[in-house]
Write a protein that binds this ligand. Structure first.
Ligand code: SF4
Length: 466
């Protein structure tokens, strides 16, 4: 049994990261006729990790089911960013328990929540029916953990992350767009964020391995690649003799992939060189997600974000000037401890100045183990909720305006599937990451087509093939 602890997760050692190339050891029929049910919570990183979980299980012959009641193995791939994500997972475990009381079922819990000391303690004390708990650093051990599982609870969560694994198998959700991890972990330690603990220290992959993966995806016909990391533009800083993120972007752009994107960037690591590369290559999409978090320099300092309101605005301006037709989205937290009315007004001021294309907005949620969770907070929940409403109103106002600018224009859309809104339509994304429901035949799926925008809303647009 290995249990996580916050103390070790916070540590950053100088120990050299090893690059371990996995072999095909677990490719047999050991789980033939077994069905697995996989539920994923949280960010793109978790969605991509679930693609790895699927591959491990299917390499052992298991098949996926979307019906919990007929599954033999349940995996909850969890998120630790907000309190309500915890509540949802523990609620779901109750459902699994009920099924397990009637028949055999292996219940596994993994992802960021599994890396939390408080969660593993709770699982050991109150959820003995959870069979296997593993963390973000040993996803590749899932086959071994399942095949060796006896009746008693196994908790195998490493606090120290260690290595970078290569040759990871993935069963990708899409045959059109693919995620490619370029780094793991984060060393920024923003005071509200649990990621540096749950995902460990920053470990970049070697650019040569990233380019190999991208080349394979291009050969397989993928149209779009999104480079993935908690803080992508810090790429390479942890390795000697490795290229910068700007250079990596350029190398990936040169593979000939039709569309290249990346998430998530930190304003502090965004260099002029990156802006130049993005503006130079047509296949690097003019879309940047640039988390603001707060418009108040005082709150940004308390958050440990390493930039001021003015520096963010300068960067924003530079991007708008140099990258033609760039769309910029953001994340904003309201109600960080002791955010005053003036601080909140500063946030509204930045939103008004930037006119973001859209934003993910949240009420601050304290995470045990982080410095911000220890800060005293005098702001009531009622005030925080009111601020969130006011902010959302403003964000939606600008989203509407931005989308309206597309009306009657013809734009390139990568068609990714059937529209959720109307089964007779297809849907896809513009270069600037706007969702469009398109009147076009189904054989356009997987292609980039010209679409004339006929109607716009806050969160999507309608269009027809030209
Ligand atoms: S940069 Fe992002 S992932 Fe890293 S600590 Fe800050 S908020 Fe968390």
């Amino acid at each position: 049994m290995k249990l996580p602890n916050y103390e070790d997760e916070r540590k950053r050692t100088n120990e050299e990261v090893k690059f371990i190339y996995l072999d095909d050891e677990f490719n047999n029929d050991a789980l033939k006729n077994k069905k697995y049910f996989l539920k994923t919570y949280g960010c793109q990183m978790n969605v991509h990790d679930s693609e790895e979980l699927r591959a491990h299980l299917e390499n052992l012959g298991a098949v996926e089911t979307d019906d919990l009641d007929e599954s033999d193995i349940v995996i909850l791939n969890t998120c630790a960013i907000r309190e309500n994500a915890h509540d949802k997972v523990f609620g779901y475990l109750g459902r699994c328990k009920h099924i397990k009381e009637q028949r055999d079922l292996i219940i596994c819990l993994c992802g960021c929540m599994a890396q939390e000391e408080s969660v593993t303690t709770e699982i050991r004390e109150k959820y003995p029916y959870v069979d296997i708990v593993f963390g973000t650093h040993n996803i590749h051990e899932l086959p071994k953990l399942i095949l060796n599982h006896q009746k008693k609870q196994d908790i195998e969560v490493y606090s120290i992350e260690g290595n970078v694994y290569e040759n990871i198998p993935y069963k990708r959700d899409s045959k059109i767009s693919a995620w490619v991890n370029i780094m793991y972990g984060c060393d920024k330690f923003c005071t509200y964020c649990i990621v540096p603990y749950t995902r460990g220290k920053q470990r970049s992959r070697k650019s040569i391995d990233i380019i190999d993966e991208v080349n394979d995806l291009v050969k397989c016909g993928y149209q779009e690649i999104t480079l993935l990391g908690q803080n992508v533009n810090a790429y390479g800083k942890d390795l000697d003799n490795e290229v910068s993120f700007a250079k990596l972007l350029e190398l990936v752009a040169k593979t000939g992939i039709k569309r290249l994107r990346f998430v998530t960037s930190h304003p502090w690591d965004f260099t002029d060189e990156m802006i130049d590369v993005i503006s130079k290559y047509d296949n690097i999409m003019p879309y940047i997600h640039l988390p603001l978090q707060s418009g108040s320099s005082k709150i940004l300092k308390l958050m440990g974000r390493r930039y001021t309101k003015e520096e963010y605005l300068d960067l924003y301006k530079k991007m708008k000037e140099k990258i033609s037709d760039v769309a910029i989205t953001t994340d904003i937290i309201v109600g960080f401890p002791n955010e005053s009315d003036e601080d909140f007004s500063e946030t509204l001021d930045v939103v008004k100045k930037c006119e973001f294309d859209s934003a993910y907005t949240f009420i601050y949620s304290p995470r045990i183990g982080t410095p911000a969770a220890k800060m005293k907070d005098s702001v009531s929940l009622e005030t925080k909720e009111k601020r969130l409403q006011e902010l959302n109103k403003l964000i939606n106002h600008y989203s509407n305006i931005k989308n309206k600018e597309y009306l009657n224009k013809t734009v390139k859309v990568l068609i990714t599937g059937i529209s959720d809104k109307d089964n007779n339509k297809v849907c896809g994304y513009t270069e600037t990451m706007k969702l469009v429901n398109v009147d076009a035949p189904k054989d356009t799926i997987g292609k980039i087509i010209d679409v004339k925008i006929t109607d716009t809303k806050s969160f999507s647009m309608d269009g027809e093939i030209v």
